[in-house]
Design a binder for this molecule. Sequence first.
Ligand SMILES: [Zn+2]
Length: 177
Amino acid sequence: MFKKLKEALKIHSIQRKNIILVKKYPFITPIDDLGRRLPKKNYKNYTILDTMPTGWKIAFGEQLCEDLRFELLKFGEDSLNSYQIINMNEKYGILRIYDNGKPNNSRIADVLDQYSQMSMQTCIVCGKPAKFLAPETDIPYCETCILLLHLKTSQLAALRLVGESYEEYEERLLKKD
Ligand SMILES: [Zn+2]
């Protein structure tokens, strides 16, 4: 009984937080397959911000929203209300953000790019500064979370480091042999 109540309270607090988030940042309102905003009763459990990988969301999700809101408001309330993010996901180890079009002459693209750069240095699982890039995917992880990929500690030295170019990485591996 107590567990059920606790669960209900938790959902209620997520819903309350999402309603506040969507009111402040209309561009993360959940949408249907045609890109239409869902009515309030349907979006309580999640927002578009929840399409962002967890670690990145923890590290800078709301700050990204705040920066976008600031840029959009330079073009007026209408721009704030008509801009919509479709999806935020990871591709080739980097945060990609898809939207419905940016206001002309806005700095929105720069803001999105800035956060994509930041994602390359942030653990995708927990949000702490990343140290390693996973083999093949180039997804950034901190030292603790990369071990969740079933790598052994002894294998870490063979991984590419965050901020290390492929050339530097190859040179380092060759030196080791
Ligand atoms: Zn981590």
